[in-house]
Design a protein around this ligand. Structure first.
Ligand code: PLP
Length: 415
C-alpha cells in the first residue's frame, strides 16, 4: 500500500481480541461493512440485525434507545429475557436530534393528515404550539387548544374537536398542571383518537405514560435525561407498530441524533435517579420556603397541598416526588421587578431550559410564551410576575439564600 492508502486504512477496524469496553463507545462511523456482502444485503432487507448507515441507526444511539426503553417500558424492558409479552406490546425508543424533532416525528407517526384535527393542551411548551401553528396548520391540520383541567370537560372537548391526535404534557409548562393520564387515555381512545404525551418534565422515573395508556411518549433529552446542559437530544417512544413509523420518519426526514450526543445522553442517564430525586426534594423545600415569603404572592408546585392537581400528582408519581420545576409569582410585580430579581441572582442562572444540574430561572412572558399577547398569557394564567425555577443539585440552603437576597433586591412588595 502506498502512503496515501495507508493514511486512510491503517489501524482501522481492529477486532476486539477478548476485551470489552465497560461503557458503550462512541461509534462515529457513518457506514458499516460485514464479512460478506450478502450480510449487508440481509441487513438492508431487515432479515439480519445490524447497521448500514448512521441516519437509519447506529450502535451508540441504539444503546441509548435500549436504555430509555428499559426505563419507560417498566416490566417489559427489552433484552431482559422476560418477553412472555407479545412483541407488539414491547416499548421501543427512537432517538432524534432534539425534543422538537422527536415531537415532529411523533405527530406524523400518529398518522395525522390534511383535514384532521389535533386537540392540544393550551399551556403546552411554546415551541410545540408554534410547531403545530407554523408547520402543521398550513398543511390543513385543524388545531384546537383547551385546558385539560377538570376531567368532566373532556368528553365535551373531544366531541367538539373530533381530533385524530390529543397532545398534553405530564406536567404542564409553566403552571405545573397535572392531568390524570390514565383517565385521559381512556377518554381519548373512546373518542377514536390517539394520545401523545410529552414527558420531558417527569422522565420515566416519575411517570410512564405508555403504561397509563398513551400511544406516544416524547422526551426532550436535553433536559433531565442528559441533565448537564451540554447536549440537545430527543426520544420518542411507542409500541412496535408505531415505533416503526417513528423510525421511518427519522430515516426519511433525517433528524437523527449523532453518536457523540447519544453518548452524552446515555452517560447522563446513569445519574438520572440520583439527580432527579435531589431536584424534586429541593423543589419541594423551595416551594415551601417561597410559599411563606412575603414578596411572593403565589407558588405553583404540584407537591404543595394547595395545588389544584396535588391529589392527581400524588397518585401518579412516586411518593414524595413531584418534579424538579416550580413557578412563583412575585407580589405586586411586573417586568421591572422580575428583571431586577433575575439580575440579582448569584447562583441560580437566569437561563432558558430546565432539568440541568445547575438551577435555572426563566421568565415565561419573554421566553417560552413570548409569542402570546399579554392578554392571551393572562387568559391562560401566565402573569407578568411569573417566574419558573428549575432546581439543580446545588445545596438547597445556598439556593434558598440566593432566592431570598434576590427577592429582597427585586422591589416586589413585601407586604
Ligand atoms: N418539550 C418540553 C416540555 C420542553 O420544555 C422543550 C424545550 O424546552 C421541548 C419539548 C423541546 O426540546 P428541545 O429543546 O430538546 O428540542
Amino acid at each position: 500500500m502506498r502512503l496515501a492508502t495507508r493514511a486512510v486504512h491503517a489501524g482501522e477496524r481492529l477486532a476486539p481480541a477478548g476485551w470489552k469496553s465497560v461503557t458503550t463507545p462512541i461509534y462515529p462511523s457513518a457506514t458499516y461493512i460485514y464479512p460478506d456482502f450478502a450480510d449487508l444485503d440481509r441487513v438492508a432487507a431487515g432479515d439480519q440485525p445490524g447497521y448500514m448507515y448512521s441516519r437509519y441507526a447506529h450502535p451508540t444511539g441504539r444503546a441509548l434507545e435500549l436504555a430509555v426503553a428499559a426505563l419507560e417500558g417498566g416490566e417489559e424492558a427489552p433484552g431482559e429475557g422476560n418477553s412472555g409479552a407479545d412483541a407488539n406490546d414491547a416499548v421501543a425508543a427512537v432517538s432524534f436530534a432534539s425534543g422538537m424533532a422527536a415531537l415532529h416525528a411523533a405527530i406524523l407517526a400518529a398518522g395525522i393528515q390534511s383535514g384532521d384535527a389535533v386537540l392540544c393542551s393550551q399551556d403546552i411548551y411554546g415551541a410545540t404550539l408554534a410547531l403545530l401553528r407554523t408547520i402543521f396548520e398550513p398543511l390543513g391540520i385543524r388545531l384546537h387548544l383547551a385546558s385539560f383541567a377538570g376531567p368532566e370537560r373532556w368528553a365535551g372537548l373531544l366531541a367538539a374537536a373530533r381530533p385524530r391526535l390529543v397532545m398534553v404534557e405530564t406536567i404542564s409548562n409553566p403552571l405545573l398542571r397535572v392531568a390524570d393520564l390514565a383517565a385521559l387515555a381512556n377518554a381519548v381512545h373512546a373518542a377514536g383518537a390517539r394520545l401523545l404525551v410529552d414527558s420531558s418534565f417527569t422522565t420515566p422515573l416519575l411517570c410512564r405514560p405508555l403504561e397509563l395508556g398513551a400511544d406516544f411518549v416524547v422526551h426532550s433529552a436535553t433536559k433531565f435525561l442528559a441533565g448537564h446542559g451540554d447536549v440537545l437530544g430527543g426520544l420518542a417512544l411507542a409500541r412496535a407498530a408505531d415505533a416503526a413509523a417513528l423510525e421511518l420518519q427519522r430515516k426519511l426526514a433525517g433528524a437523527a441524533l449523532g453518536p457523540f450526543e447519544a453518548w452524552l445522553v446515555l452517560r447522563g442517564l446513569k445519574t438520572l435517579p440520583l439527580r432527579l430525586e435531589r431536584q424534586c426534594r429541593t423543589a419541594l423545600a423551595l416551594a415551601g420556603f417561597l410559599s411563606s415569603h412575603p414578596a411572593v404572592e403565589r407558588v405553583h408546585y404540584p407537591g404543595l397541598a394547595c395545588h389544584p392537581d396535588h391529589a392527581v400528582a400524588h397518585r401518579l408519581f412516586p411518593s414524595g416526588l413531584y418534579g424538579g420545576i416550580l413557578a412563583f409569582e412575585l407580589r405586586g410585580a411586573g417586568r421591572g421587578e422580575v428583571f431586577r430579581f433575575l439580575d440579582a441572582l448569584r447562583i441560580v442562572l437566569p437561563a432558558t431550559s430546565l432539568g440541568d444540574v445547575q438551577s435555572l430561572a426563566l421568565y415565561p412572558a419573554s421566553s417560552s410564551h413570548r409569542d402570546l399577547s399579554p392578554r392571551q398569557r393572562r387568559d391562560i394564567g401566565i402573569g407578568d410576575n411569573l417566574v419558573r425555577l428549575s432546581c439543580g443539585i446545588e445545596a438547597v440552603e445556598d439556593l434558598r439564600e440566593d432566592l431570598d437576597q434576590a427577592l429582597a433586591r427585586s422591589g416586589a412588595a413585601a407586604t
